[in-house]
Design a protein around this ligand. Sequence first.
Ligand code: FES
Length: 107
Amino acid sequence: MININLIDDSGLKQTLQATEGQSLMQVAVSAGVRGIVGECGGSAMCATCHVYVDDAFTDQLPPPLETELEMLECTASERRPNSRLSCQIKLTVAQEGLVVRLPERQQ
Ligand code: FES
């Protein structure tokens, strides 16, 4: 199991457990996390799974592909240097303890 931490825009932290190979979006949507929509089902076509990755973890994630970078231009909330699409974050044990913040809105 991999523990991941999501902090919503009010500062409320929720810790979820994931298995290797799941995407962060899948884990959040399955748990009913408010603030992650995942409208396109994970194909990098909607940007409703936008998250801000904590600085301590940004270097641990594979860099975004071109399709993700393009879709990050369509986020409803401000895009920041640590913005990622959570559907493109495939979880491995290397991400144990991952911390992400949820944007104010997704749509
Ligand atoms: S779920 Fe649509 S871009 Fe991530």
